[in-house]
Write a protein that binds this ligand. Structure first.
Ligand SMILES: [Zn+2]
Length: 353
């Protein structure tokens, strides 16, 4: 039996290809044991493509990676707030990551395509071409002038997260905390509200993952498109600042939006621990909870491959069939929706093409 293709809400593969840790260099077209996604492992697991994030690290003292900034408490952790990025720096690094994606497309001999319409995604999925959606994780990546969004749209940008987990000129991201509410700071700035309208005008998906709660509600009150969190889970099952509360989920349901279930173990586990010996059932529990809350039409995957620690049983993109087999409560039609159909639907509605 061939695998059901998975269209996925989030990966950090471009970052890992362009800026690998020492000894973790790899070629996307050769099978590797490093990281989570390369073309051979994608084919093996039925990874049909998804959102390829351009994420720019803080140049130094990154609040997330500096161990000194992580405070462990008896019941959880708190990571010091990452400082804002210089938008000129952010844009130059983001451009390097965009370059990596288009180089992959050029070198792939038609095996990877940067997609700009929902119809292009459908034909990629049916022909076995890897469909790559260009996504910016943090609007500081646009550079100092938000007007750059229109030029980047022409290049192929189709998805924008207003923030990563740090503040910028548009909004405030949630710092990584457990246990914690996601209500961690102020809402959108005026520039942020303007950027939401501009995304609506162009047909760019607005990603709400990493946005704090007040920012979320500001977007919800302005946007005319479905509310989408590409890689977040249920706060009720894992109370990290990065997950969505029931009232946020209800708003996503009411807007006919979408949640991509994140495989990061620390956003899955009830104890929030970064432990790869986390059963696949923990992912299934989040899928079940979200389906119950927002409906079978509004849940998909947002793996965070190459950006997070995932359960050992999945391992990497080649392990996706093991997850699909663990989802015993869903028939073939439901599995097609969860694996790719819902993403295609919401992108069609958002991009309007
Ligand atoms: Zn992320």
């Amino acid at each position: 039996m061939t695998n059901i293709p998975v269209l996925d809400g989030h990966n950090d593969t471009l970052l890992k290809l362009r800026f690998p840790e020492r000894g973790e260099e790899r070629n996307f077209f050769e099978r590797s044991d490093v990281g989570h996604i390369d073309l051979p492992r994608a084919r093996e697991g039925g990874f049909g493509g998804g959102f390829f994030a351009c994420y720019v690290r803080n140049p130094e003292n990154d609040g997330w990676t500096e161990e000194s900034a992580l405070t462990l408490t008896k019941t959880g952790y708190e990571v010091a707030d990452a400082p804002p990025l210089d938008p000129v720096y952010a844009r130059s690094k983001a451009d390097e990551l965009v370059g990596v994606l288009f180089d992959l497309e050029a070198e792939s001999e038609d095996e990877l395509e940067v997609v700009r319409t929902a119809r292009e995604i459908e034909s990629c999925l049916s022909e076995g071409v890897l469909a790559a959606i260009l996504h910016f994780e943090g609007a500081e990546n646009l550079g100092p002038d938000p007007g750059a969004l229109e030029d980047l749209y022409e290049v192929g940008l189709r998805s924008l997260g207003l923030v990563w987990s740090r503040p910028n000129a548009y909004a405030h991201g949630v710092p990584f905390r457990f246990p914690s509410p996601s209500d961690t700071g102020p809402g959108l700035t005026d520039a942020g509200k303007e950027l939401v309208r501009e995304c609506n005008r162009l047909g760019v998906l607005l990603d709400l993952s990493h946005l704090n709660e007040r920012g979320f509600w500001d977007v919800a009150s302005i946007t005319e498109t479905p509310l989408v969190a590409t890689h977040s889970n249920a706060h009720a099952l894992c109370p990290t600042s990065r997950n969505l509360t029931d009232s946020q989920l209800d708003a996503i349901r009411d807007s006919d939006g979408m949640v991509g279930v994140n495989f990061a173990v620390s956003f899955l586990r009830g104890d929030g621990r970064e432990e790869v010996d986390t059963p696949l059932e923990d992912i299934v529990s989040h899928v079940d909870y979200l389906v119950e809350r927002v409906g079978i039409e509004r849940v998909g995957f947002g793996s965070d491959f190459d950006g997070a620690k995932v359960p050992r049983e999945i391992g990497d993109a080649s392990g996706l069939p093991r997850l699909i087999s663990a989802m015993r409560g869903y028939d073939a039609a439901a599995l097609r929706k969860l694996s790719h159909g819902n993403w295609v639907r919401v992108l069609h509605e958002t991009w309007r093409r």
